[in-house]
Ligand binder design. Structure first.
Ligand code: GDP
Ligand code: IMO
Ligand code: MG
Length: 423
């Protein structure tokens, strides 16, 4: 079974937790896009791990974790993450591989991300400032450097020098920023290259060999469908294809090798950073859910904006990703609310729309149309069987499944492994 786990909202749906659980039955866990903008949380017996670049399967010592070619890798962040995990007793050696085609984040990418965000002021995207956008931009502009390029001792210096000359000119003339000395960047990155060369692999080769041997591969999405560069709320998106369709380009495994696609949705909606958010709560509920759901970014610590479950958006995700099943997380966070709402359509210029619109201006102006249901008083966080869930919670979940036209396979009621209900 080769399965894709994809975020079906604006990220932070709880993908890390779901991957960690499903990883038990997998042989390979593979990231296919994004970079260290991601923050995937796994809690094991009260110990919390936040993975940024390394797949969430790494906590299972007998699995192989791969960072695919579609990922952008900041070697400084990677080395730090490896060291942090090792210090916590996690084994990392032959069980981690990185595609030699993965693009590398350089200091000028991080600086450009910051300068552009600062320059935009109130119109900023609210990026994680990790250099993700500028690195993907260079990839597409064909001026990026990949892992295999920084490992190529004969040519790395020449290519870096050419690129750095242009970057420094842009930094100076457009942003009045001092720029980088070739020797500093070259020495630092040559050192990084030596440290990470043991992980380099041909990702497509390793994975297609695994497919031949009928191994189980789990593809780990980062971010979410509404942050996808093509299908997200552009320009308030990330710079990669977070959707299930990103898997083939990001790993070299053909779409006809994929057996199952599971979308992860939160029982409500959140987003970090700027951009339209039709079902966003007003202040009072915002504070309650933020606190109860501990909705603070796993990467930047920023408070996450919270709102009601938006089925227009989630249905759009279900279609684009071809979801076979959904995992609904954080149901427990809604415990104790008198009523719960689900957005089922948008109203725009007096008309009802049920398809997710493309334009930011429309999204900023639409009004969500809600169905309102009675909530449940009971604490769901200790429940382990679906039928034991309060009836109102079951009805809420069933309505979500009906609206999305997708069956629920997992309900999560807490961050621990054991707080998981298989349906
Ligand atoms: P990801 O980026 O999709 O992996 O999600 P994050 O790790 O950024 O955010 C999800 C947060 O919710 C983490 O702090 C998880 O530990 C936590 N979490 C996951 N599932 C549940 C759940 O069912 N209930 C509660 N209360 N927390 C959860
Ligand atoms: P995980 O994998 C939530 C958001 C940023 C910003 C936008 C662009 O943990 O779900 P970027 O740095 O990617 O250029 O920022 O995307 N963003 C995320 N939001 N979860 C994430 O990852 C995110 N990764 C990026 O907040 O709005
Ligand atoms: Mg996250």
């Amino acid at each position: 079974m080769n399965t894709i786990i994809v975020g079906a909202q604006w990220g932070d749906e709880g993908k890390g937790k779901i991957i960690d659980i499903l990883a038990e039955k997998a042989d390979y866990i593979v990231r296919y896009q994004g970079g260290n903008n991601a923050g995937h949380t796994v809690v094991i017996e009260e110990e919390k791990f936040i993975l940024h670049l390394i797949p969430s399967g790494i906590l299972h010592p007998d699995k192989v974790c791969i960072i695919g070619n579609g990922v952008v890798v900041d070697p400084q962040a990677l080395i730090r993450e490896i060291e942090d995990l090792k210090n916590k007793g996690i084994k990392i050696n032959k069980n981690l591989l990185i595609s030699n085609r993965a693009h590398i984040i350089f200091p000028y990418h991080r600086v450009l991300d910051n300068l552009r965000e600062d320059r935009k002021g109130r119109k900023s995207i609210g990026t994680t400032r990790r250099g993700i956008g500028p690195c993907y931009a260079d990839k597409v502009a064909r001026i990026g450097l990949r892992l295999c390029d920084i490992l190529d001792e004969q040519n790395f210096a020449k290519r870096l020098e050419e690129i750095l000359n242009e970057k420094n000119e842009i930094l100076d003339k457009v942003y009045n920023f001092k720029g980088f000395k070739f020797k500093d960047v070259y020495d630092t990155y040559s050192e990084y290259a030596q440290k990470i060369k043991e992980y380099a692999c041909d990702c497509h080769y390793v994975l297609n060999e695994a497919v031949k041997k009928d191994k189980n591969i789990l593809f780990e999405g980062a971010q979410g469908t509404l942050l996808d560069i093509d299908y997200g709320t552009y320009p308030y998106v990330t710079s990669s294809n977070a959707i299930a369709g990103g898997v083939s380009a990001g790993t070299g495994v053909s779409p006809n090798r994929i057996d199952k696609i599971i979308g992860v949705v939160k029982a409500y909606t959140t987003r970090v950073g700027e951009g339209p958010f039709p079902t966003e709560f007003s202040t009072e509920l915002m504070t309650i859910i933020q606190e109860k759901g501990e909705e603070f970014g796993a990467t930047t610590g920023r408070p996450r904006r919270c709102g009601w479950f938006d089925s227009v958006l989630a249905k759009y995700s279900a279609i684009i990703n071809g979801l076979d099943k959904i995992a609904v997380t954080k149901l427990d966070v809604l415990d104790g609310l008198k009523t719960v709402k689900i957005c089922t359509a948008y109203r725009y210029n007096g008309e009802l729309i049920k398809d997710f619109p493309a334009g930011t201006e429309i999204l900023n102006k639409i009004e969500p149309v809600y169905e309102e249901y009675p909530g449940w008083e009971e604490d769901t966080s200790r429940i382990s069987e679906y039928k034991q869930l309060p009836l109102n919670a079951q009805r809420y979940l069933e309505r979500i499944a009906e609206l999305l036209g997708t069956k629920i396979s997992i309900v999560s009621v807490g961050s621990e492994r054991k707080q998981t209900i298989f349906v």
